[in-house]
Design a protein around this ligand. Structure first.
Ligand SMILES: [Zn+2]
Length: 75
């Protein structure tokens, strides 16, 4: 089983679909047993979905904008 650190190192590749079948299974397996990493992956997924929706050019208050969008989504 992966450690949380190994899991985190793979998470962006996991979300991008860049992992091999075997690695993906390892990540899934870890996520099944680790609520912390599940939450982390969920946040990363939300974050990347949110970033894709941002208008161009990027606002200067990017962080606040992302935070606001994430807050609105979680309602
Ligand atoms: Zn974990």
């Amino acid at each position: 089983m992966l450690t949380c650190k190994q899991q985190v190192a793979r998470s962006s590749d996991y979300l991008d679909g860049q992992l091999s079948f075997r690695e993906r299974l390892l990540v899934r397996h870890h996520l099944m047993f680790c609520p912390n990493c599940r939450r982390f992956i969920k946040q990363m997924r939300l974050m990347s979905a949110t970033l894709k929706k941002l208008p161009e050019p990027l606002p200067t208050d990017l962080e606040q904008t992302v935070e606001r969008m994430m807050r609105e989504r979680s309602r």
